[in-house]
Design a protein around this ligand. Sequence first.
Ligand code: ADP
Ligand code: MG
Length: 349
Amino acid sequence: MTETQPAIRLTALTKEFGAVTAVDHVDLEIAAGEFFSMLGPSGSGKTTVLRLIAGFEQPTGGTVELFGQDVTKRAPFDRDVNTVFQDYALFPHMSVLDNVAYGLRVRGLGRKERNERALRALASVRLEQMAGRKPSQLSGGQRQRVALARATVVQPKVLLLDEPLGALDLKLREQMQVELKEIQRELGITFIFVTHDQEEALTLSDRIAVFNDGRIEQLGTPAELYERPRSRFVADFVGTSNLFDVERSRTILGRDGHHSVRPEKMTVSRGGLDQPGVVDVPGTVVEAIYLGSGVRLVVDLDDGTRVSVLEQNDRDRMHDDERGDRVVVSWHEDDVVPLGIEALPGISG
Ligand code: ADP
Ligand code: MG
């Protein structure tokens, strides 16, 4: 139980539900104090991994270790983790204070100490003024914060959060993202955060595991995943990518294998850039979408490849492009990301 032990270590963790392999031999280490996200489409196994860590499910194979101790066979209450669910699961008949103090009551603490600690937890989410209210008298975002206070008041070493912001509207979600990050930093707890929202994962996380079909497709920092996706799946799921298959990589890029180029790495001009290391490809604008902070141009290159170009709305933009305009799309060779030679089913072009 030294501090150098990872908070979580999963070894060949596997969970089968009948014929479905929800989690498929996952190996993963998460450091103490990390804000770690599991990102992936619906059904990729994220919730099942979380439930295996919490002990709500028993694995078909493999082990779960917490701070170096094998807890695979232990009951949920015997693990130093706590979970925040998407629906918050607050007790409607109890006050906010009693909701937060509940876990301390179960652990047999006296009223004075539990109320003190519950108030402190409420202060950490800036809700101490709401202590006397019932959950029904709070907004969605406030209920979310109560659920967070209730989960942190027992001071778990690891907090598991399963799409905790999924029920909030965009503005509130962005606000709560910032607060979550602050709370995690203040408390120094390891957060394991599940989301299908790539922007949310990129904004919040120290590291991200991208899940696909019960396996980790890629593990890395937000910048690593974004700048160097290793597969078409990751390139396409994390951010937007222009994907070039083997055929188009050969004809347009002069390279073997699959490749991707981010829309913001491409630029559009009338005559091309004609610089060393820069690829210039002529095409025709098929769509120009004004985004306020920028413009998204959809361009059909002359061989028929459709690309998306994101241009900043700054002073360097020399002209307004419109549908039908003849242009040259340019990008630097350094911004071409190799994705290997594998072809994933369901993705073409
Ligand atoms: P995610 O959280 O990434 O959306 P889940 O972990 O919920 O994915 O599900 C992964 C796969 O396991 C899905 O195919 C899902 O249908 C299946 N699954 C999850 N829980 C059960 C269960 N209790 N019984 C049967 N199949 C399940
Ligand atoms: Mg889920």
